[in-house]
Design a binder for this molecule. Sequence first.
Ligand code: 6LW
Length: 491
Amino acid sequence: MPAAEIRPVVAGCHPDPSVCRVGEDHYLVTSSFTYFPGLPVHRSRDLVRWERVGHVLADPDHVDLDGLDVSDGVWAPTIRHHDGLFYVVYTVAEDRRGRATFVTTAADPAGPWSPPVRLDAEGIDPSLFFDVDGRAWFTATRDALAADATGPAEIYLREFDHRSLSLFGPTRVIWSGAVAGTWVEAPHLYRRGDVYHLLAAEGGTERNHAVTAATASAPTGPYTTDPRSPLLTHRHLGAGASVQNVGHADLVDTPTGDTWALVLGVRPVDGAHNLGREVFLVPVSWEPEGPVFAPGVGALTGPDGHAAGADDAPADWVGLRGPVRHRWRGRDLSLAPAPDGLASRGRPAFLGRRQDRHRFAFAATVPAPGSPEKHAALVAFQNQDRFVSQAVVRSADDVVVETVLWDGGARTVLAERPGADRQRLEIRSDGRSYAFGAVVRGDFEAHATVDARLLSTEDAGGFVGVLLGVSHQGPATTPWVTVEDVTYTGA
Ligand code: 6LW
């Protein structure tokens, strides 16, 4: 019997899921790196169909992403609800500038969110736990500092004052993970009866990723490693598994008392993934010995996934490192020029949407520019050092369609074909390669094809998936460009 397809509940680059419930509604936040607006918030009744309702970082004054590598920026948020208020804690990874932890609150998770407050915290993957006694605890992971540390990382805990939004009291290292020497990260604390359960990720966010656990009778510990760790991993399924790198779990109880985990995972093709780390849903059963993931199944499963993003909406599009001056009119997209290019670490005139399926066709009708230096392009963007763009360019008296690969600062022209004054350009993929071409009298003509691995996270490095987008590649003094009838469909 062929194995049922395991699909994400939120598809495309949405890693490090964190979830909480208020009444009938579940709320999900995920990492957004240098995409702007940042920290998308999704809402769901059934944990399967998720609707994006807003962004925690929608105000450009609330986050500074300028100068950052695409995979730095906003990492691993946690969302919790307490006493009528939502709290989100997250890291801004700023490579040369270090790492900073912030907290922000909102009465409505759709926003507005309060100006973020920086916490006196080290490391990454912050989390909050509101105990029934009114005390609140902050956990995060940092490079191992303790003298008796057994791994490269350790989880520490401090008390959190939710009124002043600050940490106080001693820093306590509570756990170094189940297996010495692997990265312990993504801590979340829960209480079940009198037992405190600490869940974490170990093994790194690649093939060895796993969910591990420890328990204690007080938030401060001492913690005992759950001997069943790892509680969930796909490492043993090998390179051929359709969903891999599973880990970074957060738990939520439904109104009917069922427990589910949201985890990240990837859907590789030939050993590489291009869609980023996506959100998967796993049932959890509480047994006397602790949580059991995917009981009776033995591997990741869940209700038939509904891949969010299937219905494209302009609001799903993101810029890089800050707001992009643009305007949608139906399916037509106008972009203002910007001084920074796509290969820079600035704010290029680029708007894109997450690639959330292996097979797709992304197309737009692009006008021929009036002058040689001004043009619009369709782009398959992995990061500032690795992307393929396809533009209608005026050179001397000709109009040409130029397909260009940017790779680590080197610009390679992959194809140059005669173009028309209004040219329908299309990027399509079957999961194994991307074809860049034009639609002529209804037929797709490929100009250049690149192996999908070139735009994969494995090959390009970093933490993100591919964005499919439109850029204005003219100097800042040129007028806006409009591309018409932007479409993104599953093929
Ligand atoms: C995230 C951390 C991780 O903070 O990747 O490898 C980071 N581990 O859990 C960015 O998604």
